[in-house]
Design a protein around this ligand. Structure first.
Ligand code: PMV
Length: 353
């Protein structure tokens, strides 16, 4: 009998969208109502490390399992199950074509995952988590799948996870097929294309977000009138402008689209009934600080963006570190109550592959 323990490890980075994914046209397959675009952050600062193993010696009665930061984590959810199912089906196809391969697809899976950032920081960790899970199992199964192919599987775990299969500047093309076969990520530019890009994360609150992205999206699609305008006109325009800004390394354009898109996303949330507020007073203070920084510089050197929570991500260029990070400490430092508990870190986006 085969007593081998088969094993593979990988890491996946966090990504922060500058054109936001918000809305599902198919909640089961995680198919979005619009395309989105993100910047992949440095793995030195934020990443998930996942080891996948499987063996005929693992008791079948224990089933698949996941240890996340040392704690057993539930894998019975539909999203995680969809990822396992897709990966196993691809492995089973390889095994059917080559009977000499060990039947890994029939063995229980064990996953061990660690984040190198505090989960309590309130940062979206599901993107890195699902991207690492999918790539670790794909490596274990020796699947001949491209990052875009893997992104279609990771997408079913968490939409934004599909963008964490690439480094640099990454687009998630919404696609149009009902089965999701054309809804995947691709790389718009490598991190090395614009190596001066930096991201600063301001943690306004480490508390878990009040309204999950899944239910927030559902409520927005169902009740916001503004949302139609966003997905039909605003986002397609922002995608085009953002890709151009990145291609031309035009920071002012990059920043304007980033801030406008964040504002538009949060406006649709405020337009739901009842309204959803992800930003708080501390978030709004960060917006005013960015405006003050840009006004003082006489040009746009900083851009804010907010996901489904109050924490700010500030994009800026290396040469403006002093003006942006320095001023942030000064402006925010003693004056705004909420920031006294803040964590501030400088992050440099890098390639993940
Ligand atoms: O991947 P999800 O289902 O957690 O949704 C993420 C949604 C935003 O972070 C708000 C936007 C984005 O594009 O990442």
């Amino acid at each position: 009998a085969d007593t081998t323990v088969y094993r593979a490890s990988t890491t996946a980075p966090v990504n922060i969208a500058v054109v936001k994914y918000w809305g599902k046209r198919d909640p089961k397959l995680n198919l979005p109502t619009n395309s989105s675009l993100s910047v992949t952050l440095s793995q030195a600062d934020l990443r998930t490390l996942t080891t996948a193993s499987c063996s005929a010696t693992y008791p079948a009665s224990e089933g698949d399992s996941l240890l996340l930061n040392g704690e057993p984590s539930d894998v019975s959810g539909a999203r995680t199950q969809a990822c396992f199912r897709e990966l196993r089906a691809r492995r089973a196809a390889l095994e059917a074509a080559d009977p000499s391969l060990p039947k890994l697809s029939t063995f229980p899976l064990r996953l061990v995952s660690e984040n190198n950032f505090p989960t309590a920081a309130g940062l979206a960790s599901s993107a890195a988590g699902f991207a690492a899970l999918v790539r670790a199992v794909a490596n274990l199964y020796e699947l001949p799948a491209s990052p875009s192919e893997l992104s279609k599987i990771a997408r079913q775990g968490s939409g934004s996870a599909c963008r964490s299969l690439f480094g640099g500047y990454v687009a998630w093309r919404m696609g149009s097929a009902a089965d999701g076969s054309d809804s995947m990520a691709d790389q718009v530019a490598e991190a090395a294309h614009w190596p001066e890009m930096r991201a600063l994360i301001l943690v306004a609150s480490a508390a878990k977000k009040g309204v999950s992205s899944t239910s927030g999206m559902q409520q927005t699609v169902a009740t916001s009138g503004l949302f139609q305008e966003r997905i039909t006109r605003v986002v397609p325009e922002n995608m085009e402008r953002m890709e151009k800004a990145i291609a031309e390394r035009d920071f002012a354009a990059f920043a304007e689209v980033t801030m406008r898109d964040s504002n538009s996303f949060h406006a649709t949330c405020a337009d739901t009934y009842p309204p959803i507020f992800y930003m708080n007073d501390v978030s709004r203070a960060a917006i005013r600080a960015v405006e003050a920084i840009n006004a003082a510089a006489g040009r746009t050197i900083a851009a804010y963006t907010f996901d489904a929570g109050p924490n700010a991500v500030i994009y800026y260029l290396e040469k403006d570190t002093e003006a942006v990070v320095g001023t942030f400490y000064h402006v925010i430092g003693g004056e705004v109550e909420g920031w006294k508990r803040s964590v501030i870190s400088g992050l440099k986006p890098t390639m993940s592959l």
